[in-house]
Design a binder for this molecule. Sequence first.
Ligand SMILES: Nc1ncnc2c1ncn2[C@@H]1O[C@H](COP(=O)(O)OP(=O)(O)OP(=O)(O)O)[C@@H](O)[C@H]1O
Ligand SMILES: [Mg+2]
Length: 151
Amino acid sequence: MKQLELKTTNSEETSQFAARLAAFLKPGDVIALEGDLGAGKTTFTKGLAKGLEIKRTVNSPTFTIIKEYKGKLPLYHMDVYRVADSFEDLGFDEYFDGEGVTVVEWAHLIEEQLPQERLTIFLYREEEDQRRMVLKPMGERYEQLCKEIFS
Ligand SMILES: Nc1ncnc2c1ncn2[C@@H]1O[C@H](COP(=O)(O)OP(=O)(O)OP(=O)(O)O)[C@@H](O)[C@H]1O
Ligand SMILES: [Mg+2]
């Protein structure tokens, strides 16, 4: 499977890349974000929201797990950091199969509930303001998406 990498040197660059990616997204797309605390997952999501022309401020949905925003496409923003404690069925599938784009922070914590086909993005903090992003397309749709973004 092909892996794609890029570096950003400030949060604005991370946000801009996400906004650019947003332009290529379609209903039902799922983006899994991985990375430590402060890696930039929410920063990325805010940029993506901007790209989807969402006007509302996107905040970390830590206490609500899922937040929904209206834009060019709906955005379902999940932060499943605290979900690991709960075995409740939160009905994730309805979002993954929905009309919007789903972004999941800490996605590996719900690994078994994630769709097999998705775009996983790993964010690594390299320096104070530098991040390395590694994109891992899983499935044909996301291979295609990555080709489009980097062409
Ligand atoms: N190149 C960069 N890309 C993204 N964020 C950066 C960058 N450089 C500095 N930052 C800063 O790092 C922090 C990233 O925080 P953010 O909330 O996006 O991380 P997170 O991965 O969502 O963390 P959490 O696991 O707590 O949800 C922000 O304060 C942001 O301004
Ligand atoms: Mg976050």
